[in-house]
Design a protein around this ligand. Structure first.
Ligand code: GLV
Ligand code: GLV
Length: 326
C-alpha cells in the first residue's frame, strides 16, 4: 500500500502535488502549527514527515514515530532538528538550501535600505496625512554606497548578499561561518576579521548565520558597545543570535543607529520596547517568502522525503552517513 506522509502545515501546491503522486498525504487542515500532541499523534502512523522550523524534531518525536523512514524540513535552517539523534537512529533528515538563497539575500538588502533611509517611518507619515511638505531636515538617513558591509556567518546567503551589494561599492568584511568562503574572498575581496575587529570595522552588519551554540547571543550588550554608533544591524538568520533585550537598549540609547529584523528571539513575540522604537524596521520572518523560493522549497522538501521513502539519495540530506549504512 502507499506510504503515509504527514505535512505539518500547508505548503505550496507544487510540493503537495509531487507527494500525492506517490503517497497518501495528510496535511494539517488548520492555518497554524500543530501542537506537540497533534504532531506526535500524526507521527505515530507516518512513514515520512515534512515539518517546519516551528516543529521540534527530537528524541521524543522519533520515539513517537516507529514507522518513520525520514524527516524533511521545509526550511534551510535546521536548529529545530536534533540531527545527531536522527543519525543515531539511522534516519535521514533534510533541509531546503539554495532555493531560498536569493530571496533571503534580497530581503536582507531591502531591510538594509529601509533601515538606512527610514523608508517605513516615512511611509507612515504619508499615510497619517500629516506631512507638512518638503523639508531639508526630514528623514535624514545614511548613504550606503561606499560603506563597509560586514557579513556575519557567510554561507550561501551571505555570498549572495555580497554579490547584490556590488552596485553599492561596499568593501566587505566577514566573520564566522563553517569555513572561510573562498568565493567571497577571491570574487568579492572580502577580508575575514576576528569578531571584535569585525564589529568595530563594519558600517552595516548583516547576520546570515545559522543558530548554533557558537552564534547564540553572539550579538549581546558587549558586541553593541564595540559597534559604531552609526552602525546598522540586519538579521535574516535566526533571532536568538541577537540578545534582543540588549538590542532594544542599544537602539534606544543610540549605541548603534538602526536595525532591520526579520527574525526574533522568541517568535512570534518581540522583546519589550522593540516595536516602539523608531530606528528599527521589523518584518515577520519573510526571508524566503517569494513565489520562486517557496515553490522551490516545497518541491525540494518533497523530493527529499520521497527519496527517503524509496531508499534513494535525497538531494539535500543533512546526515548522508546514514544512507551508506542501510
Ligand atoms: C527560514 O527561516 C528557513 O530557515 O528556511
Ligand atoms: C544558507 O543557505 C546559507 O548558507 O547562508
Amino acid at each position: 500500500s502507499r506510504p503515509r506522509i504527514v505535512v505539518t502545515r500547508a505548503i505550496p501546491e507544487p510540493g503537495l502535488d509531487l507527494l500525492r503522486r506517490h503517497a497518501a498525504v495528510w496535511v494539517n487542515p488548520e492555518d497554524r502549527p500543530l501542537t506537540r500532541d497533534e504532531l506526535l499523534t500524526q507521527a505515530a502512523t507516518a512513514h515520512g514527515v515534512m515539518g517546519l522550523l516551528t516543529d521540534r524534531i527530537d528524541a521524543g518525536f522519533f520515539e513517537a514515530a516507529p514507522l518513520l523512514r525520514g524527516y524533511a524540513n521545509y526550511a534551510v535552517g535546521y536548529d529545530n532538528i536534533d540531527v545527531p539523534e536522527a543519525t543515531r537512529r539511522g534516519l535521514p533528515v533534510s533541509n531546503t538550501p539554495d532555493v531560498l538563497t536569493l530571496a533571503t539575500a534580497e530581503l536582507a538588502f531591502g531591510l538594509l535600505l529601509a533601515a538606512a533611509r527610514q523608508i517605513v517611518a516615512a511611509d507612515a507619515v504619508m499615510r497619517s496625512g500629516n506631512w507638512p511638505g518638503w523639508g531639508p531636515l526630514q528623514f535624514i538617513g545614511t548613504q550606503l554606497t561606499g560603506r563597509t558591509l560586514g557579513i556575519f556567518g557567510p554561507g550561501r546567503i551571505g555570498l549572495a548578499l555580497a554579490r547584490l551589494s556590488r552596485g553599492f561599492d561596499m568593501p566587505i568584511v566577514a566573520c564566522g561561518g563553517r569555513k572561510p568562503n573562498d568565493t567571497l574572498v577571491r570574487e568579492l575581496g572580502a577580508r575575514y576579521l576576528p569578531f571584535e575587529d569585525f564589529l568595530a570595522t563594519a558600517d552595516v552588519i548583516a547576520i546570515t548565520a545559522p543558530l548554533t551554540p557558537q552564534t547564540r547571543h553572539a550579538f549581546d550588550a558587549a558586541a553593541f558597545a564595540r559597534m559604531k554608533p552609526t552602525a546598522i544591524l540586519v538579521n535574516t538568520g535566526r533571532g536568538p543570535i541577537i540578545d534582543e533585550a540588549a538590542l532594544v537598549t542599544a537602539l534606544a540609547h543610540g549605541q548603534i543607529a538602526a536595525a532591520g529584523l526579520d527574525v526574533y528571539e522568541f517568535e512570534p513575540r518581540m522583546a519589550e520596547g522593540l516595536a516602539a522604537l523608531k530606528n528599527v524596521v521589523i518584518t515577520p520572518h519573510i526571508g524566503s517568502a517569494t513565489r520562486t523560493a517557496r515553490d522551490g522549497m516545497a518541491v525540494l522538501a518533497a523530493q527529499n522525503l520521497l527519496a527517503m521513502l524509496d531508499g534513494t539519495t535525497p538531494p539535500t540530506c543533512l546526515n548522508p552517513e546514514v544512507l551508506a549504512r542501510s
